[in-house]
Design a protein around this ligand. Structure first.
Ligand SMILES: [Zn+2]
Length: 442
């Protein structure tokens, strides 16, 4: 039934709304679609929530959840009235309706509670089975009930390590920073407490060896397969080369208090980003970097072009660190395609499959598939969003969209004589799972 609903709404859009572009593929090869539907996926990026008891809430699904900042306009597909989410309700919870009236949505809430009760701690894995996902990466502050390996793998956060000094200047310049910096400061305190420290060390050398490296090692021991920077929510991605002696001068002058001059603090952050990335590589942790044109009402778009990471990716001392451009650097996806030429760079299309429609995503994917198909990773960005739109629904919509877009892109390549049918199936398997198996060594 979900197929009927989605294909109806899509054909409506394709015929009536989107501009005619004869070069774009508008329908996918049915046999290929069936093959793609059978592939068990590895989801490179989500904010899945843990199982909670009565009255308990989970706020650890993101180090910088949007619930902290002022409400901002969301893209149309991400709004709670998007009827595509009804498809998720039908597929997951046996919802019988095609609308979102209050009475019907109340029934849905009961059906969801029933499924949670029935599956208990197995509920998250049961949802994965419904979505055709074998392994889901959980980008969270900490894992929790029901989020158990091998179905769920941890991606931890390390931004807090980059901003240990006084952050007042940043807070003054941006509404979102005003909420996000305190969240990072709280997380750094938690990391210090985990190491049984109650204050920052006086020297940079001690900060690196007694805080930064042990935090990464601790996360690795806790099961992390990757670490995540959402640094583009906190500053621009111009993370350039910086000397340790310069960073030490800044750290040691300001660690006891006072506002460091912004240029000095930037230099310290630049150094820390590369140090932490190098250490992650040494420990076999992949480094994820959020690069997307949002979100938030004060997100710094000009600082979020993936080309800003060029010098970090090229740093000879970082060639043993593997990076993933999370969300594929949208809308600069053609820049991302070029960056995939670097041996240590991959990209996922998480969030794109949630926010843009299959045909637009198919164009992104076709460009990437024609460049470096072994560097593309599937991801959803499944996240709790509204009371009745959880990670289950966003995960479902993104999964459907990703499979549809992949079908369109590969059908177009087959029709244009670029690839055979067998190669199309092989490419779909690579994107949905095999590239991830190779990158993470599963
Ligand atoms: Zn995310």
């Amino acid at each position: 039934m979900k197929r009927v609903l989605i294909s109806f709404s899509l054909s409506f859009l394709l015929v009536n709304v989107l501009p005619r572009d004869l070069s774009a593929q508008t329908s996918a090869d049915p046999g290929l679609v069936a093959e793609i539907a059978r592939i068990k996926a590895i989801d490179n990026h989500t904010h899945v929530t843990r199982v909670v008891g009565p009255g308990e809430e989970d706020h650890e699904y993101d180090a910088l959840p949007f619930e902290l900042i002022e409400a901002f306009p969301t893209m149309v597909r991400y709004r709670p009235d998007n009827l595509e989410f009804v498809g998720a309700w039908r597929a997951l919870f046996g919802y019988k309706y095609s609308d979102m009236t209050e009475a019907h949505v109340r029934e849905l809430a009961e059906a969801r509670q029933r499924a949670m009760r029935e599956h208990g701690d197995g509920y998250p894995a049961w949802v994965l089975d419904q979505l055709g996902i074998e392994t889901m990466f959980a980008n969270r502050i900490a894992m929790g009930r029901g989020l158990i390996a091998p179905r769920f793998r941890w991606v931890s956060y390390i931004d807090a390590l980059v901003f240990p000094l006084n952050n007042e200047a940043a807070r003054r310049m941006n509404f979102d920073y005003r909420a996000f910096y305190p969240a990072e400061e709280r997380l750094l305190k938690r990391y210090l407490a985990d190491l049984k420290l109650d204050a920052l060390p006086a020297t940079l050398k001690d900060y690196l060896t007694n805080v930064v490296t042990p935090t990464l090692e601790r996360q690795k021991r806790g099961g992390a397969v990757a670490v995540k920077f959402e640094i583009a929510y906190l500053r621009a991605l111009d993370l350039y080369e910086a000397s340790e002696s310069g960073a030490a001068r800044v750290y040691e002058r300001w660690v006891k208090g006072g506002e460091p001059p912004p240029a000095d603090y930037k230099l310290f952050q630049d150094f820390l980003f590369r140090y932490a990335s190098r250490e992650a590589g040494r420990l076999g942790l992949v480094v994820h970097i959020h690069v997307f044109d949002g979100g938030g009402g004060s997100y710094v778009q000009s600082g979020s072009n993936p080309v800003l990471l060029d010098s970090a990716f090229n740093d000879p001392s970082l060639r043993k660190t593997n990076f993933v451009i999370v969300h594929g650097g949208y809308p600069h996806t053609r820049v991302t395609a070029g960056l995939l030429s670097k041996p240590n760079v991959w990209a996922d299309f998480s969030a794109q499959d949630l926010l843009i429609y299959p045909r637009a995503l198919a164009e992104v994917l076709r460009n990437w598939l024609e460049y470096y198909p072994e560097k593309i990773l599937f991801g959803t960005d499944a996240s709790p969003t509204f009371p009745e739109i959880g990670w289950e629904e966003t995960g479902w919509l993104a999964t459907q969209t990703a499979r549809q877009a992949l079908g369109l892109a590969l059908t177009g390549m087959m029709n244009d004589g670029e690839i055979t049918r067998d190669r199309a199936v092989e490419l779909a398997r690579m994107v949905l799972r095999e590239n991830a198996v190779k990158l993470y060594g599963f």
